[in-house]
Design a protein around this ligand. Structure first.
Ligand SMILES: *Cc1c(COP(=O)(O)O)cnc(C)c1O
Length: 312
């Protein structure tokens, strides 16, 4: 299948690896930390968004759909990934975007990227956006855009979870903890379904709210997981000086770039928990780098307006 031999080929070039993180804090606590560099799968269809689109696109192709419709916010990695994957795979794409006011923000880098790869953007206000899973709204959208293959917000559905079950490999069996950032819960569900009996999955939600537990239970079969809710920094897409400085320092120390919405918060959480003695040491932790680096440019536009230092 074309999808497999283009973007999927990247996976087979052994560019993906677990990178050892060498920090005094870890050594002093007898903890080994590795980062699975899923961010290197593809510059735009990065990390978990590749995993989540993989089977959805092959199903859309098999069922002869020629357009994809999905949902997302202003800096959505999923919108960027769907736009690019659709562009490369010959689907037309429609993005239903949360926030009527964004229509006028020509300089939003994620939306400009999506548009330049052929995505038609449909802006709706926040109230309308909340109906994104309702049948009547979907019906309205079908009236407007014709027949399309529907991918839910963040890409999460059964096919996405199946794709995320392929993140962990044989070589990962000796890790004690698998850590991952959580948005809609699709990625962590795939990990939960594929871990070994001796492994625990720790999820770091990038947003506030209690609905995630139930979402994850819809897709995940295992029980060896836990959400750690202390590191959302005020909510989805929220950022402060402390987080910017942490991400920049981490990159200087390790060479690993983190994104400000998901992986930066997860890594802040992991190292904070190490400091607090949360992990049973000695132990081995694998942190999944789910990608999202395309969002840095957009966040830097926000930081500039707030007169905060930029992400390097
Ligand atoms: C979308 C995204 C997540 C969240 O994944 P879910 O499956 O929605 O929980 C985590 N990290 C990055 C970088 C993402 O883009």
């Amino acid at each position: 299948m074309a999808w497999d031999c283009c973007i999927f080929a990247n996976l087979k070039k052994e560019r993906l690896y677990n990178q050892h993180v060498n920090l005094p804090l870890l050594k002093n606590n007898a903890i080994e930390l590795f980062v699975k560099r899923e961010d290197q799968i593809h510059p735009f269809v990065s990390g978990n968004k590749f995993r989540k689109l993989k089977y959805n696109l092959s199903v859309a192709k098999t069922k002869c759909y020629d357009s994809l419709l999905t949902f997302g916010g202003a800096f959505s990695n999923h919108i960027a990934a769907t736009a690019y994957a659709g562009f490369e795979q010959g689907f037309s794409t429609i993005g239903v975007i949360r926030g009527e006011e964004l229509r006028l923000k020509e300089n939003n880098s994620t939306l400009a990227f999506a548009k330049s790869h052929g995505m038609e953007l449909d802006f709706v206000d926040r109230e309308k956006y909340r109906e994104k899973d309702s049948e009547s709204f979907i019906k309205e959208l079908r009236k407007k855009f014709g027949n399309f293959y529907l991918i839910p917000e963040g890409g999460t559905n059964d096919y996405a979870v199946r794709g995320c079950e392929e993140i962990l490999q044989d070589q990962d069996e000796d890790f004690d903890y698998i850590c991952v950032a959580v948005g809609t819960g699709g990625t962590i569900s795939g990990l939960i379904n594929s871990v070994q009996a001796n492994q625990q999955v720790l999820g770091f939600p990038a947003l506030r709210g209690d609905f995630l537990q139930a979402e994850i239970r819809k897709f995940a079969t295992g029980s060896k997981w836990k959400l750690i809710r202390d590191y959302h920094f005020g909510g989805y897409g929220k950022i402060n000086l402390q987080l910017v400085e942490f991400i920049n320092q981490f990159k200087r120390d390790t060479g690993i770039p983190l994104d400000p919405v998901y992986t930066g918060k997860m890594m802040y959480g992991i190292l904070d928990l190490v400091e607090k003695g949360y992990f049973k040491s000695p132990c081995k932790i694998l942190a999944i780098h789910t990608g999202g680096l395309q969002g840095i440019e957009g966040m830097n536009q926000v930081l500039k307006r707030k007169k905060l230092p930029l992400l390097a």
